[in-house]
Write a protein that binds this ligand. Sequence first.
Ligand code: ADP
Ligand code: TRP
Length: 330
Amino acid sequence: MENQERIRVLSGIQPSGNLHLGNYFAMMKPMIAAQESSLLFCFIVNYHALTTVHEGKILRQGTLDAAMDFLALGLDPEKAIFWVQSDVPEVQELTWILSCVTSMGLLERCHSYKDKVARGLTPTHGLFAYPVLMAADILLYQANIIPVGKDQKQHVEVTRDIAERFNFLYGDTFVLPEPRIDPHVAVVPGLDGQKMSKSYGNTIEIFSDEKILRKRIMSIVTDPTPVEDPKDPDKCTVFKLYSLFATPDEIRMLAEMYRRGGTGYATVKEMLFQKVSDHFKPYRQRRAELAGDRAAVEKILAAGADKARGIAVKTLQKVRRKTGLAYRKS
Ligand code: ADP
Ligand code: TRP
């Protein structure tokens, strides 16, 4: 009963590479916080990752790694529903049904598809239909709030459009979801100043080895302003990343150091390294324990899939009745 009354918060993450600071601030952190007051649906979207990962071994390992990252950071499988997308294959049936009420134009307008193709990805049918699968993910669980980064805003809007069209054709069926985007972390910059993304090779990973972490941070691209000269904090990736971890006082102090001059980028990179390292230190031990107990992680995911499936099946039954796919009287 209690579950039905609480706001449903849902989001997914692709196991297409190691999870990074952009994933953490825009999605993982708000999701983990939401488990306290909402009914949380959190899942690893491995069907979506098939659009870019074509090696079974890598997808399998990426899926487990992403699950371990979430659990290490505090996702509680007792409080939340936590599973792997392909363990609830009902989502594929809903995807097809929704595809039949989704116009080509709606998908043709999706920036994410156009960006990925512009970056050299093969324009497969899967890549094009990606937002319909995402809509099915959301609507299958009747989710209210979708915590995401800015790049996913349009996909949630597409989901609303599809839900509205379905509701118009078949009567009120789906809840209309809303994206939740924190403006401070809507676009976390990567090493090159572009959006941090697994597919751009510009990430700072949450659980990378400390040596690699330092190396990555030292390789953040900065401008050639000499050490003595004043610098503009608002144009600096190191400053933007530092601000994600620091208190308002610390941010003010660093901004003053930039404007005053006399501080080099190597110094602020070292400060950023300390912040990132300290922030994730408490979770490293747990992450290592989980890595050593794959069976326990698999068990958690299987139990989560059972819970998710129970809800998915009910929505799908309703949809089958409304569309006429369920045709028997008995
Ligand atoms: P990636 O682009 O690294 O493959 P995903 O597509 O799996 O990441 O995204 C998972 C979640 O993390 C989504 O909600 C997405 O909006 C968010 N996200 C990914 N990168 C960033 C970023 N650099 N800044 C803000 N949010 C991000
Ligand atoms: N498309 C999202 C991304 O690339 C991942 C995703 C799949 C998702 N299904 C979802 C996010 C449902 C929120 C809700 O980041």
